[in-house]
Design a protein around this ligand. Structure first.
Ligand code: GAR
Length: 187
């Protein structure tokens, strides 16, 4: 039996990457077991996957960031979580929170980092007339979207590309890249 690492996925919205991670985690050889899903948005669509796949989940309001992080840490400790995977988690974690997990927090970002950190990545790539954009899985550190890069996938920007079409194309690649990066890290 493969010993899987207890992990948690943090979401704020749709959670399509969460869905792809859940699917991968059900494979015998995948290194992570998703034991918890945390959200700072009680209406996050992604919470449906928690229900559908019977994974424990919790919502904590993040208006008070300190309290939010304390609540999360309590839950993460209770479930003995070792790895955090951020998926569209739209809150910047504090230095202290990150310190607790060291380099055990991963994130997926919809650009070829270090280009286009933060929000509106597709718009920025198009405005800059890039011929490629893509997605990046990286470690989380105290600076926004700046931790070391684990894996990237390039996506070609075609003529008449729109933000919407680029977002869709990149998201499809994200669903492949996140599990691939995790397999690479923990093989
Ligand atoms: C994904 O494109 C992810 O890369 C991005 O949010 C989307 C979440 O989609 N994350 C960020 O922009 C973080 N800075 P999903 O909820 O359907 O997986």
């Amino acid at each position: 039996m493969v010993k899987k690492i207890a992990s948690c996925v943090l979401i704020s919205g749709t959670g399509s990457n969460l869905k792809s991670l859940i699917k991968s985690s059900r494979e015998y050889t995948f290194p992570l077991k998703i034991k918890l899903i945390l959200s700072n948005n009680n209406k996050a669509y992604g919470l449906r996957y928690a229900k559908k796949f019977n994974i424990p989940y919790k919502f904590f309001n993040s208006k008070n960031k300190n309290l939010f992080e304390r609540n999360c840490l309590k839950e993460l400790k209770k479930k003995k979580i070792k790895i955090l995977c951020l998926d569209g988690f739209m809150k910047i974690l504090s230095k202290n929170f990150i310190k607790v997990f060291g380099n055990k927090i991963l994130n997926i970002h919809p650009s070829l980092l270090p280009k286009y950190k933060g929000l509106n990545t597709h718009k920025k790539a198009l405005l800059n007339n890039e011929t490629y954009s893509g997605c990046t899985v990286h470690f989380v550190n105290a600076k926004l979207d700046s931790g070391s890069i684990i894996l990237q996938k390039k996506v070609k920007i075609i003529k008449n590309e729109t933000e919407n079409s680029l977002q869709k194309k990149i998201l499809i690649q994200e669903h492949q890249l996140y599990p691939k990066a995790i397999r690479l890290l923990f093989r």
